[in-house]
Write a protein that binds this ligand. Structure first.
Ligand code: SF4
Length: 321
């Protein structure tokens, strides 16, 4: 099966600062890819690049390609980018209030997407809006459609943003930390809604999260970003069973476990380096318990693993384990 989304050695800069380098991964229809890493790893920047919003923050693609359904979308005009975003590519932002207009009724905000991207009449657009709201298990859809954003709970607003992302009949949804601002129960509901949409409609979902628990629960594959570079990319089960990259292993070690007391929770020492000041060699070496001499001088390049996926670590090149 050919991939719906195929990032090929993508590099992105803002001004003179290189923020993403040589990032490659693929995503197929009916699949959920978790894009994970701490804040500052480049996850949101990847989302903005795929959805064509990079110019809004002054960024530019310096190398590589983004193939969407076989077509390179990395250098489209603003008009074509807008057509794609909201149409075949839906975007669910982290903060629903960024996506919603506070002074426009909810129903009108969803209607406008299908009127614009599917050329529906007002009446058909509203029927589609109410249908989508029902699919997203939004009770009293008619009343919610007449409401303003501030009248809804955080979880309900996020469902509305998902409805807006679906209204243009997308093939791909990019969801950037869609549950971060929500309580645990609502988080689980939103993740379940998204996974059901993928399974039932054959959509592809790029789920950006820092929560490895959500990844384990929902994703088929995982791409781990660290300091703007891909650390590891693999199917979810082998990645959790035997992570090949020390950073992946450390992220998995941060998942809260019921059999550990709060005092036993593992964090990762230090923090993600600033893009203006990446360390030489492997960018993870100042935080890595396995660092060797070569790690301090030589950048490890991403290389295929024997069974599936890829990793960028000198350990995988035959060093001590
Ligand atoms: Fe650690 Fe070296 Fe691998 Fe980097 S290349 S993750 S420092 S072992």
């Amino acid at each position: 099966m050919s991939a719906l989304l195929n990032l090929q050695s993508l590099s992105v800069s803002i001004g003179d600062t290189s923020l993403l380098e040589d990032v490659s991964f693929t995503l197929e229809r009916g699949q959920i890819l978790g894009l994970v890493g701490e804040s500052g790893s480049g996850k949101s920047l990847t989302a903005l690049t795929i959805t064509g919003l990079l110019p809004l923050i002054g960024g530019r693609i310096t190398d590589g390609r983004i193939l969407f359904d076989g077509v390179d979308i990395s250098r489209l005009s603003e008009t074509d980018r807008r057509k794609l975003r909201g149409g075949r590519i839906g975007f669910v932002m982290q903060n629903p209030m960024t996506a919603l207009d506070p002074v426009q009724r909810i129903g009108e905000q969803i209607d406008v997407v299908s009127r614009l991207h599917l050329n529906l009449s007002r009446k058909d657009a509203r029927a589609r809006t109410l249908d989508l709201m029902a699919q997203l298990r939004i009770p009293e859809a008619g009343a919610v459609a007449d409401a303003y954003p501030h009248q809804l709970s955080g979880g309900m607003k996020q469902r509305i943003v998902i409805a807006m992302a679906l209204a243009g009949d997308p093939d791909l949804i990019v969801a950037d930390e869609p549950t971060t601002a929500l309580d645990v129960t609502v988080q689980a509901q939103i993740i379940q809604i998204l996974t059901t949409l993928v399974r039932e409609r054959g959509l592809a979902l790029l789920l950006i999260t820092h929560d490895m628990g959500v990844v384990a629960q929902a994703c088929d594959r995982v791409a781990v970003l660290y300091a703007g570079r891909l650390a590891e990319e693999r199917a979810v089960d082998p990645l959790f069973r035997s992570p090949a990259h020390p950073y992946t292993k450390a992220l998995i070690g941060c998942i809260p476990r019921e059999d550990l007391d709060a005092g036993e929770l593992h964090g990762i020492r230090g923090s993600v380096p600033n893009a203006a000041n990446f360390p030489p060699g492997c960018r993870f070496h100042p935080r890595c318990d396995n660092a060797m001499d070569i790690c301090r001088t030589t950048l490890p390049l991403i290389a295929p693993l024997a069974q599936d996926g890829a990793v960028a670590c000198h350990l995988a090149e035959g060093g001590p384990t």
